[in-house]
Design a protein around this ligand. Structure first.
Ligand SMILES: Nc1ncnc2c1ncn2[C@@H]1O[C@H](COP(=O)(O)OP(=O)(O)O)[C@@H](O)[C@H]1O
Ligand SMILES: [Mg+2]
Length: 235
């Protein structure tokens, strides 16, 4: 086994900055953040509302461009790349999970999961779709419509959708924000399982300290800076 490759850094950020102008005021939404993400680790990002969690997640996902610092995703420098090139960087590396699921209501569960493949113009393999749905315990719901599912199930479909294109890093912004306690815990238990079984990397923001504490590394943001980083010993 080529361990060197398996441990290759998936995301490497140095001095990441994002500033917003509001009138004459400049808001330092992110003010020099260093972060490294490796395969097989789950990193949670905590911090009060407005501390820069979403800004950081959007930069790491290449959905937004930094105003300063360096960012490498899947071994490629992100700075200065065009929209089209960024799509290429995201492909096969990043999967994104939203707070509000964003499933298409007229498509079945399986079709929702397969959507990224359509965008990437890759062949759809229903067996593979079912295998990914099995990972999130929803194989028996493949033919259902989203409205026939609970919120927790919808979020697990969204997670399956984020995994379908051979994703290496799952990035989730407040994925349990719209879920009750039990469903939120189920999502984090699923994350732990994906990290262990698939060697996936997961970066997840949350307001919930108890859920955040389930990660391997717990990073706390305040005013756009990392003020604390805790490492959970592996047992
Ligand atoms: N598009 C934007 N324009 C102006 N200010 C923004 C924008 N997005 C976020 N901000 C500001 O940046 C700071 C960090 O926001 P955000 O990353 O959404 O924090 P969090 O996700 O931790 O609540 C906040 O002060 C917010 O008001
Ligand atoms: Mg946010």
């Amino acid at each position: 086994m080529n361990t060197e490759n398996n441990n290759a850094m998936l995301i490497k950020a140095r001095g990441l900055k994002k500033h917003y102008r509001r009138g004459i005021e400049t808001i330092k939404a992110l003010d020099g953040v260093d972060l490294e993400i490796r395969p097989g680790e789950m990193v949670s990002i905590l911090g009060p509302s407005g501390s820069g969690k979403t800004t950081l997640i959007n930069l790491l996902s290449c959905l937004d461009a930094p105003d300063g610092g360096e960012l490498e995703v899947g071994g490629r420098q992100v700075a200065g790349l065009s929209e089209e090139e960024l799509v290429g960087v995201r492909q096969g590396v990043l999967g994104y999970v939203f707070q509000k699921f964003h499933l298409l209501p007229t498509l079945t569960v399986a079709e929702n999961v397969e959507l990224p493949l359509m965008f990437l113009q890759r062949p759809v393999d229903r067996e593979k779709t079912l295998a990914v749905l099995r990972l999130v315990d929803l194989e028996n719901r493949a033919g259902h419509l989203p409205r026939e599912l609970s919120g927790g199930q919808m979020q697990r479909v969204a997670i399956a959708r984020a995994l379908i294109a051979d994703t290496k890093v799952l990035i989730a912004d407040e994925p349990t924000g719209n879920l009750d306690k039990a469903n939120g815990e189920a999502v984090f238990a699923l994350f732990r399982r994906l990290v262990a079984e698939k060697n996936l990397a997961i970066v997840v923001t949350t307001h919930n300290l108890a859920l955040g504490a389930l990660a391997d590394r717990i990073i706390t943001l305040e005013d756009g800076r990392i003020i604390e980083e805790k490492i959970n010993p592996r047992v």
